[in-house]
Each structure stands twice: as C-alpha cells, then as structure tokens.
Design a binder for this molecule. Structure first.
Ligand code: SAH
Length: 258
C-alpha cells in the first residue's frame, strides 16, 4: 500500500468553519472523493492537480453504491499518496463512515479521521441557542426520523423533554415529524427550529412550536430540525427576523438583530 485515506469533515458549508488540519490535507490531496453536501468553496481548497470525484447523491439518486465507494478508496490508496474521502459536516455523523472504516480496516489500508463541524452545531450557532442549558436541557440526542422504508426510529426509552433533539434528514413531511413526536408524548408547545443551509450564504431559519409544525412551509435541503426548550430562548427573535422565510432570500439570509 502506497497511500493513506483521510476521512475528512468538510463542515457545514462556510469554508471558514473547516479545520486547519482538513484544509492542509486537502491542499496535499491527489484524489478527493466527495459527497454532494460538500460546499464548492471547500472543494476549491483541494490541491490544483487533485482529481475530484463526486460520489454523492443527486436528487435522491445515488451516483455510486457504498460498495463502489469503498472499492474506489481502496484502489486509489494503492496508486496515490493522499486520498481524501470528504464528507459534509463531521464524517462520523450519519455518513456511513462505519462501513468505510470497516472496509479500509479489512483491506489493510492506512487511514486517519479528521473531524468537522456537524450541521447540528452549525444550526444552533446560526440560530443562537445553546444545545444544553442547565435550566432546561441536560442532554442532546442527535437523531434522524423514521421513514417508511427503513427502521431508523428514535428509541424513546429514557428520552424526556429535558433533551434537545437534533434531527438530521427531517425530510419534507413536517406533519410526519410532528406525529412521531406527539406519539412519543412530546408536548404541543415544545419549540422547534428548522435551519436550512446552516452557515452558508442561503441560510434560512424558522421557529415554531410542535402544534404548528405541520403548517410550516418546507425549507430547502439540506435542513435540520432542533426540538427542545432551548429553542424557546430565541424563538421570538427568530420569528421576528425570519418570518418571511424562503419567499425572500435576501431577508432570510440577513443576520439576526435583537
Ligand atoms: N455528516 C453530516 C450529516 C450528513 S446527513 C454532518 O455532520 O452534518 C445529511 C443531513 O445533514 C441533511 O439531510 C441535513 O439534515 C443535515 N445537514 C448537512 N449540512 C447541513 C447544513 N449546512 N444545514 C442544515 N442541515 C444540514
């Protein structure tokens, strides 16, 4: 084996939120296998001669299967020194890194993981609330919502409403999210925030309560939902500044002013 594979977090979008280490490795890259979520500005930091290969999804259609991506990483590591597997946010959050790590281990390829700022952190920073707060939230659950076709469901045992839920891939059916939370006993007045394109130029933020979640217009993907009492701290502020939402991009991308 000649090369090494770096599983790198590309952060939420804003290139300034990339780690120095990630930028340095990208600058030395021979091959960059990236997901669709990685921002153009971050990709631009790859070495001039680096070959960039989009292995992500487009409109829900996978360009390559996970097995093909694993095989690509392994074969490039045989012929190239610096192979970067670049993922949006943090590479270890909802990004199939477990399968890639297993494949690299099995093939005996040297690898290293470089963390990134996950979308949940970027969303909380954008909307300016704390994910934990000793007054109302003592724990955080990073999760995703159940769809028909899979069995990814929140395991509700032990999850009380002093938890902040950070819901990745909430989908476009907010009524469904509301239903699942209601079924699990979450109160109707629980505040929710939806953050689209966190940290990017077209960032948009909405806040509502569980009872009204289904009335919200769907924000463009990628979007993340945060549900919990911590959101209440800024709900009014978000409501005032971002009420117009996606209809008016200029308004929605404006920074919040208290
Ligand atoms: N590894 C990524 C998550 C990949 S799953 C991370 O750590 O952030 C893809 C989901 O992440 C999207 O459906 C969306 O829910 C969320 N996401 C990624 N980037 C985002 C962004 N800039 N703003 C809001 N949500 C984002």
């Amino acid at each position: 084996m000649k090369g090494k594979v770096y599983l790198v977090g590309g952060g939420p979008g804003d290139p300034e939120l990339l780690t120095l280490k990630a930028a340095k490795i990208l600058g030395r890259a021979n091959i960059v296998l990236h997901d669709a979520l990685v921002s153009r500005e971050v990709l631009a930091l790859a070495a001039a001669g680096a070959e960039r290969i989009d292995v992500g999804k487009r409109c829900g259609t996978k360009l390559l299967t996970q097995e093909e991506i694993n095989a690509l990483m392994i074969s490039y590591a045989k012929s190239h020194k610096v192979v970067v597997r670049l993922k949006g946010g943090d590479p270890l959050f909802f990004g199939r890194a477990g399968e890639e790590i297993a494949a690299l281990r099995e093939a005996g390829v040297e690898f290293e993981i470089v963390p990134g700022i996950t979308a949940g952190f970027a969303a909380a920073a954008a909307a300016r609330f704390s994910l934990t707060d000793r007054r109302v939230a003592s724990q955080v659950l990073f999760t995703t919502i159940q769809r028909d076709s899979d069995n990814r469901s929140i395991q509700w045992a032990g999850i009380s409403s002093n938890t902040t839920l950070v819901i990745y891939m909430p989908g476009t059916d907010y009524a469904r999210v509301r239903q699942q939370l209601r079924d699990a006993g979450w109160p109707e007045d629980m505040p929710c925030a939806i953050v689209s394109h966190a940290s990017a130029k077209d960032q948009a933020i909405r806040s509502t309560i569980l009872a009204k979640l289904a009335d919200e217009a769907t924000l463009p993907a990628p979007a993340i939902m945060v549900v919990g009492r911590v959101v209440a701290e800024v709900a009014e502020e978000i409501g005032r500044e971002f009420r117009i939402g996606v209809e008016n991009a200029e308004r929605t991308s404006r920074p919040m002013v208290i």
